[in-house]
Structure formats: C-alpha cells, structure tokens
Design a protein around this ligand. Structure first.
Ligand SMILES: Nc1ncnc2c1ncn2[C@@H]1O[C@H](COP(=O)(O)OP(=O)(O)OP(=O)(O)O)[C@@H](O)[C@H]1O
Length: 258
C-alpha cells in the first residue's frame, strides 16, 4: 500500500513560489528522512501531509485518501505528528501518564474520565520506553529528552500508520539524542511508516531506509539512503563540500574546504 503520494505539489504565497513541484512516494514498510537547508520547504511539505495547508496545485494522497475528497479529521487519526512546538502545549504539572493517555483522542488535557483500557495502554506504552516508574511524575520535572520520549509514547496511543517527526532531536544533548533514537528504533517493528525531518545526517539510524533531499522548494534526490547520501548530492543540496563515512550503518559527515 502507498503511505504518501505527493504529486507535483506547488505552493505560492504572493510572489513567492515556496514549493515548485514536489513529488514524493512513500510505500508501506519504508522509513524516510527529509533533509534540506533552512527555508527549503520541509515544514511546509509536512503541513500539507497533515492536511493543515493546501497546495496551490498538485495532489496529496495519504494512506489511500485523496485530500480534498475525504474528512481530514479521520485521516489525521492515523497520523502521529511530533512537531517542533508540540511540547510547549502541555501543562507542566500534569502527570506523565495523563499526557500519554491524551494521545488516544489527541486531547491536550484530559477532561473526561479515562477508561481502564486507555489507562492500561498508556502504562504499557510508558513501559515500552522504560518510563513506567515516571508515570505519576509531573511532566515538567522531566528532562527535554525524556519529554520527547513521553510524546512518542503519547503518539503511539492511537496506533498511527504514519509517524511524522519534525526535528525531534533539536536541542537534545548526545546522550538524550541517542536514547530518543533508540526508542524510535524500538518502534520501527510496528506496522507504521516514519517521515523524519532533521538537519543532522548522523541521526539517520539504521531503521531509516530512504532519504529525500530538498532544495529551493524541490526534491532534488529521493531513494534508498545509500544512493542519496553521496557527497555529490549532498554538496548540491547544501552548497558545502562534504564527505560521508558509513560506520555502524550510520552516515557520518565531514565538511571540507572549498
Ligand atoms: N505564509 C507564508 N508567506 C510567505 N512565505 C512563507 C510562508 N510560509 C512559509 N514561507 C516561506 O517558505 C519557505 C519554506 O519554509 P519552511 O518552514 O517550509 O522551511 P523549512 O525547510 O522547514 O525550514 P527550516 O529548516 O528552517 O525549518 C521559507 O523561506 C519561509 O519563509
């Protein structure tokens, strides 16, 4: 099955052409990373996949739904989204398990009684990330990396078929970044595709199968990660001399002169 099909997407804002004909095809079982310089259009593309933004021209199909012809609220139930500003939306004094259980209905706060099944699932999701002992702790007492992992557990409450992550490791130290990436690796055994935006190529851990490189509102390369993460293609997208070394099935970047 096709998870994401973006066909010739364009987006115009005034005189500016933000997306200039974007094609992306994600199939079941694939996990994609989206790379590209600041302002190249990554977040804009994610907003379209989430149905928060509509293209000027082109079509968006997600999980077999053609946007514009379906109830987007129904499609969104199958999409987990961890965006850059999501963490700020939660109340810091709420206990961790309540933040997680809210993922079932995408509530930011719980106003209704929680069913025993939902509570059990929340504790199970916390257990899976090794946080069962933190269930009653206020969210605000957790480190940034722990908060991100809690948001992952929250997203998993709804068993999404597509998980979108927009720079989830931004601001995390090396230890917390690696912990977060390990938690993601754990999730990769589930029947779910991931689309991961980052500025850090070394975050492309083995779970990721494909990479799309964006520049100036276009996808300039897309495919199996080893075919896309070449010095030539990276140089064309970033305008920097780069060499890539693969170690432990992860790409590591060196920036050269000239
Ligand atoms: N409503 C708008 N009107 C005009 N320009 C916009 C609008 N929304 C976004 N842009 C521009 O579109 C471009 C793409 O923005 P986008 O946020 O998608 O980039 P990005 O690749 O996610 O960047 P970053 O890596 O910095 O997060 C930017 O130059 C931004 O200024």
């Amino acid at each position: 099955m096709s998870v994401i099909d973006l066909n010739r997407l364009t987006l115009r804002r005034g005189e500016r052409q933000i997306l200039q004909g974007v094609d992306l095809h994600v199939r079941e079982g694939e996990h994609w990373v989206l790379l590209g310089r600041n302002g190249c259009g990554k977040t804009t593309m994610l907003e379209m996949i989430n149905g928060y933004l509509f293209p000027t021209t082109g079509t968006v199909d997600v999980l077999g739904n053609r946007y514009g012809t379906v109830d987007l609220r129904e499609v969104r139930k199958e999409i987990g989204y961890i965006g850059a500003s999501l963490i700020e939306k939660f109340t810091l004094r709420d206990p961790v398990w309540e933040i997680v259980v809210g993922g079932l209905n995408a509530y930011l706060r719980i106003y209704q009684e929680v069913s025993p099944e939902a509570r059990d699932k929340a504790f199970h999701e916390l257990e899976r990330i090794g946080f069962a002992h933190m269930a009653d702790q206020p969210f605000g007492t957790l480190s940034q990396g722990e908060r991100k992992k809690v948001l992952l557990a929250r997203t998993m409450m709804a068993d999404p078929k597509l998980l979108i992550l927009d720079e989830p490791c931004a601001g995390l130290d090396l230890y917390e970044r690696e912990k977060f990436l390990s938690a993601l690796e754990e999730l990769s055994s589930r029947k779910m595709s991931m689309l991961y935006v980052t500025h850090h190529i070394e975050e492309i851990v083995p779970l990721f199968t494909h990479v799309a490189l964006m520049a100036d509102g276009r996808i300039v390369a897309a495919g199996a990660k080893k075919e896309v993460l070449t010095p030539e293609l990276l140089r064309s997208a970033y305008d920097v001399n780069i060499s890539v070394q693969w170690q432990d099935e992860r790409p590591w970047i060196r920036v050269g002169k000239g």
